[in-house]
Write a protein that binds this ligand. Structure first.
Ligand code: KG4
Ligand code: ZN
Length: 349
């Protein structure tokens, strides 16, 4: 029993968007992180199509579980507990993951934890950088969310500090990439194009940074529109679009606001650690600027490696493992999936 509590072998499922993720951890040690993505099936639509994602999860599920087991060198009989994203995310996609996880839990007669996707994005960093410090600030930035959170305890006490009032940060990257004709998903393509550009070439707006604006909320919709209008004006005038400069200036506007507000959140909550997660945390400029500004403020930055930042099953397994170790009560087998699950609900019963 002690061994189980200290280093449980946990199978984690993630299907909130277009990645079918199955991860296996023992304690805080990552054993397998199998991901099957349907991103290419969505590319021609310029965004994730929910029904296509659900179908792809269904097809990928069993082979991805088998790949994870084989990568980890374990069998289903070895598994101590199961964790699965209960929400937030695409309703149909969540259901496929929950149904699969519940079937394995029932067949293996093991406890199951229906967990919050955002808490999993935070907890994954334990696999890389060890136990989370008490009371850190987490900034989660992806295609679906942009939030600042105060995290006294990732298994039960996650407090929202601020969030986007319109588009998520990754959504802004994806939409601007479309305006620039770069393809989908746009984040990595803009990141790459921006390397050749001047971040100060165009002064794009910094959303919600006025004196009367909510200091820890984000807004990226105005920025996206500003880029689209700027490009349209040039096109109408018959000018060539300086792609790298637009990409670099847009990216700078996003990461300037993200890092400014993240540091402010740390100062206001007295946290000396800032954790950054979600797909946009893979952005090279965000990583550099966050380090730079945090160092000046005496704050330590923790960012998981890129493939642990984007959606994956290992992050869900990491949170499951922490829940087992802290002796938290598992979910009932009939727990609901919740596409708009609040961040304060870390485990659904
Ligand atoms: O966490 P994630 O894989 O899925 C969601 O839960 O949304 O994040 C995907 C998002 C996409 O919007 C993608 O464009 C963005 O993360 N992204 C990036 C980079 N890599 C992925 N954004 C900016 N720079 C990157 N290098
Ligand atoms: Zn995510």
């Amino acid at each position: 029993m002690t061994a189980l509590k200290d280093s449980p072998l946990v199978l984690g499922f993630e299907t909130s968007c277009d990645e079918t993720g199955v991860g296996i951890v023992r304690g805080n040690t990552l054993l397998a992180d199998a991901v099957a993505s349907s991103v290419e099936e969505h590319a021609r639509f310029g965004g994730v199509v929910p029904e296509v994602a659900s179908r792809a999860h269904l097809e990928a599920m069993v082979p991805t579980v088998q790949r994870a087991l084989s990568d980890a060198g374990v069998t289903l009989a070895d598994i101590d507990a199961i964790a699965v994203t209960a929400g937030p995310g695409l309703a149909g996609a969540l259901l496929v993951g929950a149904a699969a996880a519940k079937a394995y839990a029932l067949a293996l007669d093991k406890p199951i934890y229906g967990v919050n996707h955002l808490a999993a994005h935070i907890c994954v960093d334990q696999l890389e950088h060890g136990p989370l410090p008490e009371g850190c600030v987490a900034m989660l930035v992806s295609g679906g969310h942009s939030s600042l959170l105060f995290v006294p305890d990732v298994t039960g006490d996650v407090q929202p500090l601020g969030q986007t009032i319109d588009d998520a940060a990754g959504e802004a990257f994806d939409k601007v990439a479309r305006v620039l004709g770069l393809g989908f998903p746009g984040g990595p393509l803009i990141d790459k194009a921006a390397r050749e550009g001047d971040p100060e070439a165009i002064a794009f707006p910094r959303g919600l940074t006025g004196p009367r604006d909510a200091p820890l909320d984000f807004s990226f919709s105005g920025l996206k529109t500003a880029v689209a209008r700027w490009v349209e004006r040039r096109e109408r005038a018959g000018d060539k679009i300086p792609l790298a400069d637009v990409a670099a200036s847009f990216q700078e506007a996003v990461v300037d606001v993200l890092t400014r507000k993240a540091i402010l959140a740390c100062k206001e909550s007295g946290a000396d650690h800032l954790l950054i997660g979600g797909g946009v945390a893979a952005n090279s400029r965000l990583r550099v600027l966050a380090e730079e500004r945090a160092a000046k403020a005496g704050i330590r930055v923790r960012v998981p490696r890129p493939n642990l930042c984007t959606d994956n099953g290992a992050m869900v397994a990491a949170l499951g493992s922490e829940l087992v170790r802290r002796g938290r009560t598992p979910s009932h087998l009939d727990f609901p999936s919740d596409s708009s699950q609040a961040v304060v609900d870390v485990v659904v019963r």
